[in-house]
Design a protein around this ligand. Structure first.
Ligand code: CIR
Length: 256
């Protein structure tokens, strides 16, 4: 169960965030703010306390807080984001993490290691880590070393096409995993009950489980139906403006 969620209100500079999909157009800032508020409401319906941080104009992608830290049952890990324009977001997250964790429970990924939280998928006490353009071999080595020192475990998953691991695969508890594209046949996930996301709805592979409910992006009817059929209560929330920057539901919060 999660008790807490950390989010960061998008800055006006959001419109200049990194994107691999410029053809989708720039986000509408006003609409992005409304969608962020709805996202927070959806989280509150799941019974978590929401800590909302102030916007950071210097970092256009800073509302995607998931990339700046990874929070486990045993420790919080401040990452070292591989995207140059996002690197400073990790240290901006530290004061907030310190409000929840004592210093001896805070770890750091250090250069030359890089890691972004979007590449980390938690399945109980095991963490799958995507090796991506943002998360390198040394970052994964440090991350797994931290996990093992604290009685947890991790394994690397090489990525081929997606930005982050959780762009294409997400664990929604009870052995159920949403898989799309390159993850459908990966041996790493063979033991899970795989819910295969059709190509045209691949964006919605990024759903989040929060205390028994699953938050699904608005506009992906097949994914919505598959998640309901798997037995979950679904909460829909629209993330169209974040999709324009390759951002999904998981990217917008830290849940712990
Ligand atoms: C980026 O390219 O870093 C942002 N525009 C999107 C980050 C999405 N975060 C995530 O998948 N965890």
């Amino acid at each position: 169960m999660f008790k807490n969620v950390i989010v960061r209100k998008p800055a006006k500079s959001l419109i200049d965030g990194i994107t691999s999909n410029p053809q989708l157009g720039k986000p509408d800032y006003g609409l992005a703010l409304e969608q962020h508020a709805s996202y927070i409401e959806a989280l509150k319906k799941c019974g978590v306390a929401v800590t909302e941080l102030e916007p950071l104009e210097a970092y256009p992608d800073s509302c995607f807080v998931e990339d700046a830290a990874v929070i486990t049952r045993k420790c919080a890990i401040i990452t070292n984001p591989g995207a140059a324009s996002r690197n400073g977001e990790a240290m901006e997250m530290l004061p907030t993490i310190k409000k929840f964790f004592p210093d001896d429970m805070i770890e750091f990924i250090k250069a030359p290691g890089t890691l972004e939280g979007g590449d980390v998928m938690m399945v109980g006490d095991h963490f799958y880590v995507g090796r991506s353009a943002r998360t390198n071999e040394e970052g994964i080595r440090q991350f797994i070393e931290i996990l093992e020192r604290r009685g947890l475990s991790g394994s690397e998953v090489p990525l081929e096409h997606v930005l982050h691991l959780k762009t294409g695969v997400n664990y929604i508890e009870n052995n159920n995993m949403l898989v799309s594209g390159e993850f459908v046949d990966k041996p790493d996930f063979a033991k899970f009950n795989k819910i295969v996301i059709p190509e045209e709805e691949s964006y919605a592979a990024n759903c989040i489980w929060v205390n028994g409910k699953v938050i699904v992006p608005t506009g992906y009817p097949t994914v919505e139906r598959l998640v309901r059929e798997a037995g979950y209560e679904v909460i829909l929330t629209d993330t169209s403006e974040y999709r324009k920057l390759d951002g999904g539901l998981s990217c917008l919060s830290l849940r712990f």
